[in-house]
Design a protein around this ligand. Structure first.
Ligand code: DX5
Ligand code: ZN
Length: 219
């Protein structure tokens, strides 16, 4: 299991400090939620924040683009130091083209699906991509309740991947804690995004260890 803490719940007045804490805790990725106020109603930050954090961390920057017209941002995010760029299937009619742009720009390509979007809508691009992000809440805000019905899509993806000899990672995002992480791992996810579970607690390092323990107990 890889852990990708979402800085959406970190201290925006001192992001560097929080990034260093989770890096010390031994996480794998840093999940950076980009929201444009159109695709979702919330607004966060852009490539400039990715660029500002880049010299301070060796973590893999996992950028979750909750934006319309994601093609517009590919080059800026590549230059800013993003490693993985995840775009929403609902945000563009040109999914194959934008995922290809992301790969051509030297990043890993991910496609994300909202709770209301079926796996069948992304089936054609699965051979092209490195990761699928199954949203386990409706995107836009941290601290929401995990939607258990999304686990069926994780299972469907894990089975499809196995049957077709594909090797994309399956990431889950939204409402992840010890209980729901266990459910997601059992369904076949291998990357867990956690925002409030890690950053809203007293000790983020303890929280990361708690998630690791969930995976260790299953293996
Ligand atoms: C929600 C974001 C998530 C968010 C998860 O739209 O994509 O990454 O930070 O937050 P928690 O873990 O608090 O549900
Ligand atoms: Zn996210």
């Amino acid at each position: 299991m890889k852990i990708s803490p979402s800085i959406l719940s970190a201290d925006f007045s001192n992001l560097k400090k929080d990034v260093k804490i989770v890096e010390k805790a031994g996480v794998d990725y840093l999940h950076i939620d980009i929201m444009d106020g159109h695709f979702v109603s919330n607004l966060t930050f852009g490539a400039n924040v990715v660029q500002a954090l880049r010299p301070h961390s060796n973590l893999i920057f996992d950028c979750h683009m909750m934006v319309d017209n994601p093609d517009k941002y590919v080059i800026n995010f590549a230059h800013a130091g993003a490693d993985i760029m995840g775009i929403h299937a609902e945000a563009t009619p040109h999914l194959h083209a934008v995922l290809s742009l992301i790969k051509d720009a030297g990043m890993k390509a991910e496609v994300a699906i909202n709770p209301g979007t079926p796996v069948s809508s992304i089936q054609e691009v699965l051979p092209l991509i490195n990761q699928v992000l199954v949203m386990t809440v409706d995107p836009g805000f941290g601290g929401q309740e995990f939607l258990p019905q999304t686990l069926d899509k994780v299972k469907t993806l894990a089975t499809y991947k196995e049957r077709n000899g594909l090797n994309f990672d399956i990431e889950v995002d939204g409402g992840l804690n010890e209980r729901t992480t266990k459910l997601a791992l059992l369904a076949g996810a291998n990357i867990v995004v956690a925002g409030s579970f890690i950053f809203k607690a007293n000790d983020p390092i303890v929280q990361v260890k708690r998630l690791r323990d969930v995976a260790n107990k299953l293996s």
